[in-house]
Write a protein that binds this ligand. Structure first.
Ligand SMILES: [Zn+2]
Ligand SMILES: [Zn+2]
Length: 127
């Protein structure tokens, strides 16, 4: 099959957001690509031969459309769910605070049945 073999590398940065805390995550991208673009008439001939080549990319009016190639290679190279760090604690489920910034963060969760008692304790502390 004749065509144009495109090879090269994609180097750059992909910006996404942490799946846990929504922080910006910057992934370095450095991908080698090699893709054959066949002349449309050749691709058609190959199909007629029953030679089913999957994902054959064709030249479009002698032009190479690199966009789908770039998109496919970048998307497959990126993690499915990016994280800002592998042990990202995420966000507090109660107030939404960014837990990585507040290591000691916690809530005194007072059972409503004890809240009356809690106010007595507070009064005692104050006096
Ligand atoms: Zn995170
Ligand atoms: Zn919180």
């Amino acid at each position: 099959m004749e065509g144009v073999l495109v090879s090269g590398s994609i180097v750059g940065q992909a910006i996404g957001e942490c799946g846990r805390c929504l922080d910006e995550v910057v992934e370095d991208v450095d991908i080698q690509i090699q893709e054959l673009f066949v002349y449309p008439e050749r691709a058609q001939a190959a199909e007629d031969d029953g030679d089913e080549e999957e994902d054959v990319r064709e030249l479009e009016d002698d032009m190479i459309n690199l966009e789908p190639v770039l998109r496919d290679s970048v998307v497959t190279a990126l993690p499915f769910q990016p994280l800002c760090s592998p042990d990202c604690p995420g966000l507090c489920s109660i107030c939404g605070v960014h837990l990585a910034d507040e290591v000691e963060h916690s809530h005194d969760v007072v059972d409503p049945r004890w809240s009356a008692l809690q106010s007595i304790i507070d009064e005692t502390k104050e006096s």
